[in-house]
Structure formats: structure tokens, C-alpha cells
Design a protein around this ligand. Sequence first.
Ligand code: ADP
Length: 319
Amino acid sequence: MRRIAILTSGGDAPGMNAAIRALTRKAIHEGFEIFGIERGYLGIIEEKIFPLSNRDVGGIITQGGTMLKTARFPEFQNEEIQRKAYDILKTYDIDHLVVIGGDGSMRGATSLSKLGMSTMTIPCTIDNDMGGTQYTIGYDTALNTVVDAVGRIRDTSNSHERVAIVEVMGRKAGHIALKAGLACGAEIVLVPENPMPLHAVCRHLKETQIRGKEYSVILVAEGAYNSGEVKAFIKEHTEFDPSLTVLGYLQRGGGPSAFDAILAARMSEVCINLLMSGVANRLVGYIDGHIRALSYEEAERLEFPIDEKDYRLLSILSS
Ligand code: ADP
């Protein structure tokens, strides 16, 4: 039981490289042989599997993206392809597979574990939308990137006395939008969980103007509304003509924050320790300050939704 393979899958996130480095060095330290797989689950099928040494992962800790590349490979939901992947991993004598990625990637690992593969998942996505963990690697970095960008947009909106709409990532969860809104003092945050109706947004803007505010920032999580439609609606129903900035992939790039790099190191350590003690098929999560490993089923069930208290606090503080 001495061979571990690692892959990164789904959307890339800052800290993937930090996790690859930490897993590799900790595993080698414990006497494992370690292999990298390029381009996620697709790389198993394409047999892009190669040994990793301590030197191969040198100098990557502060780099964004992933040295192992990542890919979307929806065909991996097909059980026949999963069986093929399992057989290929066994041909390479891989005993354990560590998947670094989001909830889709965890489902891929769950499928392989049902076929008998020993797997672990390290949560890594900027959206922070996975069960079983309060923090995913990459989220803190993305949040800081958004706060920095919104601060700049706020400066120019202030000068021009305009309403600024900023679209941020978050298809099904509003963590980035809400926390960034709190951190940079946005007036309105629209989240997918419970989006404020657009008529209420217009009312709020008018009241804000009456109170003497010369500009407003509205953060829109991409899953809440189409931000172009929000802009058009406000233009049609008020006298404001908002600017619109879509932050897009800017949020995924960059080296990890200290928090994310340390999270990657600690999760990787626990992951390898668990494999050594015979525990597998777990999501390695962060819960209440501790690194904890949950079964995939428990992780799916234990959701950490956005905190309604944050939403109320934001509206008090933006008055
Ligand atoms: P993320 O891991 O960031 O959530 P995706 O949802 O795109 O990103 O998933 C990444 C990859 O994981 C997919 O391209 C596919 O290869 C695999 N995957 C996703 N969902 C499943 C599933 N239900 N069963 C097996 N594999 C899956």
C-alpha cells in the first residue's frame, strides 16, 4: 500500500499547487511513492501518469493555477469510464488516489471508491460551496481578490457619483458576494440563495440617494441574476445608469493567500496521516478551527450555507 496518485479537477483555484506540493512532500516523507496525473479524470484515461519528486514540486507554492492542469470531463459520470479508470490505476499499482477539487470532483472520487479504489478528496474551489467543510482552499484568496477589485471600482464610482454593479462568481452559493460585500462595504448584495427582487433593489437605491449617498456598489453573484439584466432593469426603473464590471476569471488567478496555503498544508498532512492509518474515502474538511475528515456521504449532508446574520449586518452597515 505504498503508491499514491494525485490529480486536480474541475475549476482551478489558488492553492491547488500548494496542496500538490504538500501532499507530495508529506507522502515522500512517510515513505510513499507519489504520482501526478495531468488533466483530472481525463488524464487517468489518457494515462498521463508520472512520478513526482520533491524537486518536481519546488517553487510552486506561491503560484496560482495547477501544475497538474485541470479539465472538465463529464463522461466520467459514466460507470464504464469509471471502471476503465479504476483498471488503469491498478495497472500502475496505484493504491490511493487523492483528488483536489470541488464537489463534482468529490463525486468522481466517490464513484471510484464505490468500485473499490481508496480515495481522498481535498476541497479546493473558490466558491466555498462544498459540504463537509467551512472553508475550501482558494476561497479566502478569491475573496481578497474581489475586495481589492471592488475597492478600485468604488473609488471611480465615488468620483463619478454612479451606481456600480460588480458580478462575482458563485453559481449556487453567495459566499464570495456576501463576504466581499461585508468586507468592502457594498450597499446591496444579490445572492442565489435568496435574491432580493429587482424592484426592491431600485427602491433601496432611491432611498439611499435621498439619504445623501452619492454612489452605491451592488455585488451580484452570477447565480442570482444575469448582471446585464440587473443593469438594464435599474436603468429602466430609476434615473441611475449603472456601470457593470464582470470580474470573471480574475477571481480564479493569483497565488494563494497565507490562509489558503496553510490550509492546503494542514489538510494534506491529515490526508496522508489518515491513509497511513488505513482510513480512506473521506473529504478532508475544516470545521470550527479543526481539520476533520468526513465520509463522502456525511460531507454531502453537512452543508454550510451563507449566514443570514451576515446579510442583516451588511444592510445595517450600508445605511
Ligand atoms: P468541481 O469539482 O469544481 O465542482 P465539476 O463539477 O466540473 O467541478 O466536476 C469536475 C469533474 O469531476 C467533472 O468534469 C467530471 O470529470 C467529474 N464529475 C463531476 N460530477 C461527477 C459525478 N456525478 N460522477 C462522477 N464524476 C463526476
